[in-house]
Design a protein around this ligand. Sequence first.
Ligand SMILES: [Zn+2]
Length: 271
Amino acid sequence: MSNSFISSITPPTAGEIACFFIFRERHILLDRDQIPQLHMVEEIGLTAVRQQYLGHRNATHYYAAEVAADTIPPAGMTFHKLRGTLTQLPEFQFWMAGRAVQVLEWDKNHQFCGRCGAIMKDVGYERAKKCPDCGLFNYPRISPAMIVQVTKDGANGREILLARSHRHPPNLFSVLAGFVEPGETLEECVAREIREEVGFSVKNIRYFGSQPWPFPNSLMVAFTAEHDKGEIELNTDEMAAADWFTADNFPIIPPLPTISRQLIDDFVENE
Ligand SMILES: [Zn+2]
């Protein structure tokens, strides 16, 4: 996400033209492959069932809006699966769309207090809801997950661990990833996931970078690590395959700008 984006819940007072991320469930409305530029969703004949102001970057304002599941797109416009727009939209707009859909889903899924069932109220000064009866707060939730580049010295040079889970398309291999458990540090998560999925230990765990991943609400925290002890012992409940690869012998790998690809490219560059 660009540093120049200013997150805010307070829209501009004048009805300025803005980028509207309009979702029908998890499908985003595009106007000939572009994010619609509008004053309000009603001007293209749509009705928003919920809307959230996201903030601005320079003079451009951004809104998230949800329309009903049976909404027919306006002429010339189409709803697209968000994931499919990853390599189609400009990168900043894709990450903004991911922010938009997560804010909308949070708003939709937290209309009632999870503790007492009362109708939640927006607190008004930040993106949060509070129960007027029992005082429970609710903020947009993200689920941290670690993702890791594991390397070692092999017979033919430096090697990287690439694996395929059962939910990946055939032949697509990537680095390992997994959700952080309550009470666990990120580094503990890295070591645990590798132990659970491929059965060996790692050392020299170092931070690499992070990336929001809106499927559905992850924050991917990326690390590099080196193989320490043990051979690959595949957990076949979770993983379909895992192996060591040299940079000249790769299977199909994820596209940029995913952080998994950034980790793999980093290995290739340091090879
Ligand atoms: Zn409550």
